[in-house]
Ligand binder design. Structure first.
Ligand SMILES: Nc1nc2c(ncn2[C@@H]2O[C@H](COP(=O)(O)OP(=O)(O)OP(=O)(O)O)[C@@H](O)[C@H]2O)c(=O)[nH]1
Ligand SMILES: [Mg+2]
Length: 374
């Protein structure tokens, strides 16, 4: 696939990952006052090593920090230990909790809200023990049941019940979705799915292609719920473009699981338009991440157009902000097949994009060959 051009198989560099975490935190309404990094072969029970932990304590005190956000998913023990080691009232959360927070604030439809709530509960479940362990120690002796322990069990049961109820409600919503999908299939209008890293410009593109009026903003995860709009191609043929939730590195498994139904809409698509922000210094990582999430969802082998968006922000060929890969592509007279350069805000390259979609639609889907023998 064309996106292979960018493949480098590397995780987002630590600095880039931290700056993304900062963006997420700002999106959630926090003010970022500083960051601290450490390279460890394996995180400790405190997540950080002893020296760094001391440094963190001092910074928290000096800057009167009220929340510490770690750029990985913390184990319940790590979270508890860190919280105990720091000042009282300092909250310790991890990347997953932060993403869940942003998602919770963004979800608008009933399905979106249910999905986020499911992910939140799944995330909370293994962490309940930690929250009540201080009570456990007050508990009785051998063979008796401490108040903490029974509290954990009550809480677990409540959460488990809630999870069951949400799953049931989601099942109903997804049946409605199936009906809608079947109707769409009957109408025979091909679906083009916009996928890409969060903030790549998917919603802006949908708005530019149609008059969709989808919220597009310079914030991570502005879209959580799928939006579908009809677009007429040059040939007069109609296609449905769908815009959906953006991807991000280290997307929490609880979220992928909860959003599976939404994400699987992509599987229904005839064509995928992978939108990427060409002005990002992390372009190749973003492309890699999106491809690997698609692979996880077993969505491969779909005809794909790679739409390199925000070309208006590029100072021009020869610029090396994007490492050594982009200039190569820009230097070429023509982008490689399956790649188009666009600017969704400036309406540039949209004809090329639709042309590419049209070309892919014209490519017959493989038909099982039948051998008839006399
Ligand atoms: N300069 C420039 N900015 C753009 C372009 N396309 C999108 N943007 C900006 O990029 C930001 C993110 O755009 P969205 O359309 O919300 O991105 P998205 O991919 O839908 O993001 P999520 O819904 O969060 O996954 C907005 O501030 C847009 O105005 C473009 O072609 N050029
Ligand atoms: Mg969007």
């Amino acid at each position: 696939m064309s996106a292979q051009v960018f493949r480098r198989h590397q995780a987002l560099p630590m600095r880039a990952s931290l700056s993304e975490l900062g963006e997420l935190a700002r999106t959630a309404g926090a003010k970022v006052v500083g960051s601290l990094t450490q390279q460890l072969k394996k995180p400790t029970h405190y997540y950080l090593g002893t020296g760094k932990l001391e440094q963190l304590k001092e910074t928290v005190l000096a800057k009167r920090i009220d929340t510490v956000i770690c750029d990985d998913e913390l184990t319940p023990t790590q979270q508890r230990n860190l919280e105990r080691a720091l000042e009282e009232k300092v909250k310790v959360i991890d990347r997953t909790a932060l993403i869940l927070d942003v998602f919770a604030a963004r979800a608008q439809t009933r399905e979106g809200r249910l999905q986020v709530e499911l992910a939140q509960h799944e995330y909370l479940m293994p962490r309940l023990a930690g929250q009540w362990s201080h009570l456990e120690r007050l508990g009785g002796g051998i063979g008796t049941r401490g108040p903490g322990e029974s509290q954990i069990e009550t809480d677990r049961r409540l959460v488990r019940n809630r999870i069951q109820r949400i799953k049931k409600a989601l099942g109903q919503v997804s049946r409605q979705r199936d009906l809608y999908r079947a109707r769409r299939r009957n109408e025979g209008i091909p679906v083009v799915s916009l996928v890409g890293y969060t903030n790549a410009g998917k919603s802006t593109l949908l708005n530019s292609l149609t008059a969709a009026g989808v919220t597009a903003e310079d914030k991570l995860f502005s879209t959580l719920d799928p939006v579908t709009r009809k677009v007429r191609l040059d040939s007069g043929k109609e296609v449905l473009f769908t815009d959906t939730v953006g991807f991000i590195q280290k997307l929490p498994p609880a979220i992928v699981a909860a959003f599976r139904a939404t994400l699987e809409e992509i599987r229904e698509a005839r064509i995928i338009v992978h939108v990427a922000d060409v002005s990002s210094p992390n372009l190749s990582n973003h492309i890699d991440e999106v491809e690997s999430i698609l692979e996880d969802l077993k969505i491969t082998e779909k005809p794909t157009v790679l739409a390199l968006n925000k070309t208006d922000l590029l100072p021009g060929a020869g610029d090396s902000r994007n490492g050594d890969l982009l200039p190569e592509i820009l230097k070429a007279d023509e982008p490689p097949p399956g790649v188009v350069f666009i600017s969704a805000t400036e309406h540039l390259g949209l004809k090329d994009l639709l042309g590419e979609v049209e070309r892919l639609l014209g490519v017959e889907e493989p038909v099982e060959s039948v051998v008839v023998t006399a």
